[in-house]
Design a protein around this ligand. Sequence first.
Ligand SMILES: [Zn+2]
Length: 280
Amino acid sequence: MPGQRVSLGDFELIAVSDGIYRLDGGGYFGVVPKVLWEKKARPDDKNRVPTGLNSVIVRTGKQTVLIETGIGNKLSDKMKDIYGQPAQLLENLSAEGIAPEEIDIVINSHLHFDHCGWNTVRKGEGAVPTFPRAKYFAPEGEWNYSRHPSPRDAISFITANYDPLVDSGRMKLLKDGEEIVPGISVRTFPGHTAHMQAIILRSGGKTACYISDLIPSSAHMDLAWGMSFDLYPLEVIESKKRYYAESVREKWLTLFTHDPEIPWGYIEPDERGKMRLVAG
Ligand SMILES: [Zn+2]
C-alpha cells in the first residue's frame, strides 16, 4: 500500500506508512461481537489485529505536507511489547524520494501516541523535530487535554511528541475550522476524543478528508462499529452521521488512518443504507 498515489485537483496525495502495529481486537471493534469482526480482521494468538499507521503526503505545488506521523521510535519497552514499534515512516518516505528536510508542514489530527510519534526524535535528554524545517499543527483542545488526561487514555500521551514543539513555538495549535494553507483546513469531529480534528483537502473542486479515528478503517464505516478507545461513543455516531451527510453528497475521498491495506476510498450507502466502498 505505501506509495499509492491519487490526484485531487492540483494536489497530489501519496500514501505512506509507519508500518503495521497490533491492537487488541476487542478494543479495536468496541461492542461488535468477535464472531462478526473476526471476518474482517484476523486476530493473532493474543487476540490482536494488524492495524495500519497511515500517513499521507500532500504535494500542493507550493508545499510538501505530511498528515500524521505514526508511532515513531520513542516507545518504552513495555509499550513496544504490547503494540510493536514498526518505525518505518522515514524509510517509506525515503522510498518515495522524500527527505525529512523537504517537509514544510506536519499536521496531527490528535495527540495519541500512534498519530504523532515521528513528530520528534530523542536527542540526549530531550527531543528534537524529526522534520527540521517543518511547521507543526495540532488541535489546541487536544493539547490542553493532554496536560491532564483521564486515566482512561493517559497511556496514549507521550509528551515528548509535542511539548518540545509547543514550547519552542514550532507547533501551532489550531481551533475548529482553521485553514493552514489554501485548500488545507481542519474540522473538529468529537467522539474519539473531544477535540480530534479531521484534515480537509480541497483542490480543483474536489475534496478529500483524513477522517482519522472517527472512521479508522474500512471495517469501521458502519455507524455502530466504533472502537472501545473512543472516549465518547455516542458522539462518534453523531459525528459519523454529520460526516457522511456531507461526504456522500459531495463525493469526498475518505483517507483511512488505520486500515492496513486500503489507504483511501469513496464511501457510499447501498440500497439498504449500509455504507460500503465504491470505486471513484
Ligand atoms: Zn486516537
